[in-house]
Design a protein around this ligand. Structure first.
Ligand SMILES: [Zn+2]
Ligand SMILES: [Zn+2]
Length: 345
């Protein structure tokens, strides 16, 4: 069983006859002009006419002498007798798949559509070009200011430091994780089914009819389908448990200026419940406290003769070497920021 073929339509350019049949009307029934294959088009949906008893033999060829379309089976042009040799196949029409009709935007009537119509896109393009040029110019200026530097002399008006120490406590945490990632020291474990993610499962297909120009005045129809998927929840076992971990309980902080030598805070650690040091056989007991990580930061404040200030972060050695109340030279960017590494005293 072969799929049925349908008639493409064409309009006669000579006499204006419309909706002529691609297979049945090789010449205009009204004026006799030869069919122009370039003018073939698909009929509106629902108005397809079957090309009965039409046998498909191949794409038409266009006569090199008179441009008439001829059946692939013909050796000579039916219109002028010209040979098939060297003739090219006629162009075929591709149908744009049906899409929801674009919403029409009501347009004010154009007084002179021939001048206003085509002008609009080019003027909006020009506008875009102007915007792009402005953006490039601004970026260039900012980039130049950022790169350009000049020397400044400033006074080192302040030196400041901070040092902090975390205090940690051995704590029983209540938490949960997927059971395949359950810590080995978890206890009081309970399990529950919970959604862990989704997976895509096939859920039918979306089909549409596509019309294919056979190139001989007829077209065929075929279904084109794409699979459809839907999300399906994936369940897994969730573990709810307790686990003992060192947690940051608080952070003790000390801060000062040049007058006070940097020092570390000395946090007081609470005694573990039941006295002792909070350790039993090398293992911490709940409620035990210990010192955690420590951090330090140093900075200097510079001030220009005009009153502009810059704050520079430095390391401990550098901070100790810099003297307060003495001038420094440094490089300053066009955008106003200090290049701290360039600081020299
Ligand atoms: Zn005609
Ligand atoms: Zn011909």
């Amino acid at each position: 069983m072969t799929d049925p073929l349908y008639e493409m339509l064409w309009d006669c350019a000579q006499c204006g006859a419309k909706g002529l049949l691609g297979v049945a009307h090789r010449h205009c029934p009204q004026c006799g002009a030869a069919q122009d294959p370039d003018k073939r088009y698909f009929p509106p949906p629902g108005q397809e006419v079957e090309a009965r008893h039409h046998r498909y033999v191949g794409v038409d060829w266009a006569c090199t002498w008179c441009e008439s379309p001829n059946s692939a089976a013909a050796k000579f042009c039916v219109n002028c007798g010209g040979p098939k040799e060297g003739a090219a196949e006629v162009k075929r029409v591709t149908e744009v798949p049906a899409q929801p009709a674009p919403t029409e935007v009501p347009r004010p009537p154009l007084a002179a559509p021939s001048t206003r119509g085509p002008k609009q896109p080019s003027s909006s393009l020009r506008w875009l070009a102007v915007v792009a040029a402005v953006i490039v110019a601004v970026l260039t200026i900012v980039g130049y200011l950022f790169v350009s530097k000049h020397d400044e002399t400033a006074q080192l008006v302040d030196k400041a430091w901070t040092r902090e120490v975390d205090v940690e406590r051995f704590t029983a945490l209540t938490t949960s994780a997927w059971c395949d990632a359950l810590p080995s020291d978890a206890y009081q474990v309970t399990r529950s089914r919970e959604q862990r993610g989704t997976r895509q499962v096939p859920d039918g297909q979306d089909c549409q009819t596509v019309r294919v120009d056979m190139g001989d005045g007829s077209f065929s129809r075929r279904q084109e389908c794409t699979p459809r998927y839907r999300d399906e929840p994936v369940y897994d076992t969730r573990c709810h448990y307790r686990v003992n971990r060192w947690q940051v309980l608080r952070t003790d902080k000390l801060a000062g200026h040049a007058s006070l030598a940097p020092a570390w805070p000395q946090p007081l650690l609470a005694a573990a419940p039941g006295g002792g040091l909070g350790w039993s056989g090398g293992v911490a007991v709940l409620g035990a406290e210990r010192l955690g990580s420590r951090r330090e930061a140093y900075q200097v404040t510079l001030q220009s003769a005009k009153g502009k200030q810059w704050v520079c972060a430095v390391d401990a050695t550098r901070w100790a070497a810099l003297a307060e109340g003495k001038p420094v030279t440094l490089k300053v960017r066009g955008t106003g920021g200090a290049v701290c590494e360039s600081m020299v005293q």
